[in-house]
Design a protein around this ligand. Structure first.
Ligand SMILES: Nc1ncnc2c1ncn2[C@@H]1O[C@H](COP(=O)(O)OP(=O)(O)O)[C@@H](O)[C@H]1O
Ligand SMILES: [Mg+2]
Length: 234
């Protein structure tokens, strides 16, 4: 039902996560075509609540397209997609969608939602805690136009987390980060995963990097999902 590697790997743990967690996404033979060319072909994938999934593949393999299908931004040209009604996803895009003339803090303020936070103070303390964990507290009043790539990436991630999503979908979130900062981000997301049951879907062309983290790795090759298994089994 899933991928070849899954069938040949009876020890694979991700089957358990389906049993424990509710299915958040189920893709059946999903195809996405752009101008007659297939960016995704026959993709079968199931993601359970509380999973950490890394999506790998070289540039052009279809990672961004798959994330956009999961987030509901692109409708499949063929096949079916099921999304759980309890899914409240937030997406961190490859282009970070920050407002350049505003400061980091001003960009983060857009995440404030009075239906989520009891008070502005509660929001502020979450914001400050996240900034501290990612090591950017002293740079919150810097304008985005003056920020380096790593700072921008962290602001985009914090803005996403401040909306308290149950699914976090990120496209190459560490492209401007060195290994220590990538690890720091992974540790932070892991805390959200275990404490708030946040499901994580993280795309990266850097397979060596994601193999250092704990989670399921799914691999796209020319639009086909050719591997799914836990990093420790690779
Ligand atoms: N909006 C689009 N219009 C036309 N072709 C696209 C579009 N988005 C992606 N593609 C094509 O689909 C394929 C997969 O792209 P993408 O999902 O961006 O891969 P990745 O994120 O792995 O680099 C590529 O061949 C790309 O050129
Ligand atoms: Mg991409």
């Amino acid at each position: 039902m899933l991928t070849g590697s899954y069938k040949t790997n009876p020890q694979s743990m991700f089957q358990d996560s389906f049993v424990q967690g509710q299915t958040l996404f189920k893709l059946d033979n999903v195809r996405v075509s752009f101008d007659g060319a297939d960016a995704l072909k026959d993709v079968n994938l199931q993601v359970g609540s509380g999973e950490i999934v890394f999506l790998t593949g070289v540039s052009g393999a279809g990672k961004t397209t798959l994330l956009n299908v999961l987030a509901g931004n692109i409708a499949p040209s063929g096949g079916k997609i099921y999304t759980s009604p309890s899914n409240f996803s937030v997406q961190v895009f490859q282009d970070l969608r920050l407002i350049e003339r505003m400061t980091c803090r001003e960009n983060l303020a857009f995440a404030y939602d009075p239906s989520i936070y009891k008070s502005k103070n509660e929001f502020k303390s979450d914001l400050e805690e996240l900034a501290k964990i990612l090591g950017i507290s002293s740079r919150l009043d810097m304008k985005i136009s003056d920020a380096n790539g790593g700072l921008k990436q962290k602001v985009a991630i914090i803005r996403a987390l401040l909306t308290r999503p149950n699914v976090f979908i990120a496209d190459e979130p560490t492209s401007s980060l060195d290994f220590d900062n990538a690890k720091r981000l992974f540790d932070l997301l892991n805390i959200y995963n275990s404490k708030r049951k946040m499901t994580i879907i993280w795309a990266s062309h850097n397979r060596e990097l994601v193999q250092k983290f704990t989670g399921r790795i799914i691999h796209l090759d020319k639009g086909r999902l050719i591997h799914s298994g836990h990093a420790c089994f690779i």
